[in-house]
Design a protein around this ligand. Structure first.
Ligand SMILES: Cc1cc2nc3c(=O)[nH]c(=O)nc-3n(C[C@H](O)[C@H](O)[C@H](O)COP(=O)(O)O)c2cc1C
Length: 118
């Protein structure tokens, strides 16, 4: 399934790259288009919010089927990966993983396995 991601500082992009996904769509402005189903990878912004560009993308592209979140346990433990929680609830989709920063090899294996079974 298509992967769409947002990454400001490179952690999420690193995850996508390490998964070997070469045709992923990066959300830059939120005005990008994705026809069909996709898995969304996103960081959490502010105090536990969905990045506004990601919100805009989701509102305009109906095919989200699952979400993977990246957050910071060290700096934002109280709102760890809230963006993934918010998206999962709003769009009624499963969370495949909530990872810390760029994730561990085990996180990547989990994501791979769950994406394969979507
Ligand atoms: C301004 C700012 C606010 C953040 N707020 C949260 C937060 O509320 N919860 C969380 O889990 N991570 C938070 N983070 C951490 C990022 O989501 C995390 O570092 C993520 O891996 C960044 O992904 P990226 O490198 O692909 O941009 C915040 C980071 C910044 C810079």
């Amino acid at each position: 399934m298509k992967v769409v991601y947002a990454s400001r500082m490179g952690h999420v992009e690193g995850i996508v790259n390490r998964l070997g996904i070469t045709d992923a769509l990066k959300i830059e402005s939120g005005t990008e288009k994705c026809d069909g189903d996709y898995v969304l990878f996103t960081y959490t912004d502010g105090q536990g919010i969905v990045p506004p560009t990601v919100e805009a993308f989701l509102a305009a592209n109906a095919g989200v089927k699952a979400v993977v979140g990246s957050g910071s346990m060290e700096r934002h433990a109280d709102t760890f990966n809230f963006a993934a929680d918010i998206i999962a609830e709003k769009y009624n989709v499963p969370i495949l993983a909530k990872v810390d920063m760029d994730g561990t090899d085990e996180d990547l294996e989990t994501i791979k396995a769950k994406m394969a079974s979507l």
